[in-house]
Design a protein around this ligand. Structure first.
Ligand code: GLU
Length: 370
């Protein structure tokens, strides 16, 4: 550490499946990271990649740490040490990490560099979510939020909810939540409440999202934003709004707080934000849940585009990436909706049926060996 003492961090990399292609999934730096959490997140990655039909399996990594209280130097040393520990497990044809909660393109640059320096030549395809200057893809940074936006567009169309003027509450204002809010704001929706780990703000007439993102980038919080009132983060969930976007961590909607939810559409920008109990409560209320493995799959989809570009050494234009992402997300939404309607099952079950079904088919065709 910067003060000279040695700190021991616990880190994990879990590969859940490589049946349909190399294992794929982000790396999370957070105090709550545990082996069980990483295993669950790796499993979701397998189904997620299958739902959007990209040729990857599922993996996840994490280090139990508090990145908010670490310097850049400490983060770099920890990231490189972790990379060297998981080095035999990863690779462009084997397992490809990416950003997740509290990791970003700089983290990916350190992983790419550590991996490449050890192997002796540059290997950009070992991670996605890299800086553009290292073989990153245009549109990757905004991809999760953009994918969330496309699935909300589809849900609104299906339910005949006009997006223009629709009211939105966003829990968690990180990469996914802030970009989804920004695109909804641009499409004429009113984002009336936003919370992050420091607080929660509200304005019935809609918050100025571009300015809020600007302030969050400068100050690191949403609290004390002009033209907004402070509100208890728990109250955000119970707001009278059309769309609720849980974009923070797992299990934020549970048996104790799901009953007061009034939103018609719940868009799971986070991984696993609803517990099974919350799912049942919201199902009974008639809420339309866009499940995480569909809703937030835009990130890994553009990761796939990045990996393809790296492997081909040929880079695409931003508009090309947006068009391809929109096509992938809207096709996946249609596929899941079809199962939901034809088989009369909740959207989450439908997404699981599609994802698990595709993996099962691949397992069956490959057969079991050795
Ligand atoms: N961490 C993101 C997720 O949970 C992206 C993973 C990736 O791009 O590999 O989907």
């Amino acid at each position: 550490m910067d003060d000279g003492h040695i700190h021991r961090f616990e880190g994990y990399r879990v590969q859940h499946s490589s049946v349909r292609g190399p294992a794929k999934g982000g790396i999370r730096f957070h105090p709550q990271v545990s082996l069980d959490e990483v295993k669950a997140l790796a499993t979701w990655m397998t189904w997620k990649c299958a739902v959007v039909n990209i040729p990857f399996g599922g993996a996840k990594g994490g280090i139990t740490c508090d990145p908010k209280h670490m310097s850049q130097g400490e983060l770099e040393r920890m990231t490189r040490r972790y990379t060297s520990a998981i080095l035999p497990l990863i690779g462009p044809e084997r397992d490809i990490p990416a950003p997740d909660v509290y990791t970003n393109s700089q983290t990916m640059a350190w992983i790419m560099d550590t991996y490449s320096m050890t192997k002796g030549y540059p290997i950009p395809g070992v991670v996605t979510g890299k800086p553009i200057s290292l073989g990153g893809s245009l549109g990757r940074n905004e991809a999760t939020g953009r994918g969330v936006f496309y699935t909300i567009e589809c849900a609104c169309e299906h339910l005949h909810v006009p997006l223009k003027g629709a009211t939105v509450a966003v829990q968690g204002f990180g990469n996914a939540g802030s970009i989804a809010a920004q695109l909804l704001h641009e499409a004429g929706a009113k984002v009336i409440a936003v919370s992050d780990s420091t607080g929660c703000i509200y304005n019935r007439n809609g918050l100025n999202i571009p300015e809020l993102i600007h302030m969050k980038t400068l100050c690191g919080h949403v609290e004390r934003f002009p033209e907004s009132e402070e509100m208890a983060p728990a109250d955000l969930l119970a707001l009278d709004c059309d769309i609720l976007i849980p974009a923070a961590l797992e299990n934020t909607l549970h048996a104790e707080n799901a009953a007061p939810v009034r939103a018609r559409i719940i868009a799971e920008a986070a991984n696993g934000p609803l517990t099974p109990a919350a799912d049942r409560i919201l199902e009974k209320k008639g809420a339309f849940v866009i499940p995480d493995i569909l809703c937030n799959a835009g990130g890994v989809t553009v990761s796939y585009f990045e990996w393809v570009q790296d492997e081909q050494h040929l880079f695409w234009e931003a508009q090309d990436i947006y068009n391809r992402l929109e096509r992938v997300m809207k096709t996946a939404f249609r596929d899941v909706l079809k199962i939901h309607l034809e088989r009369n099952v909740p959207m989450r079950i439908a997404a699981n049926m599609l994802g698990i079904g595709r993996v099962a088919e691949a397992v069956q065709i490959r057969g079991i060996y050795p």
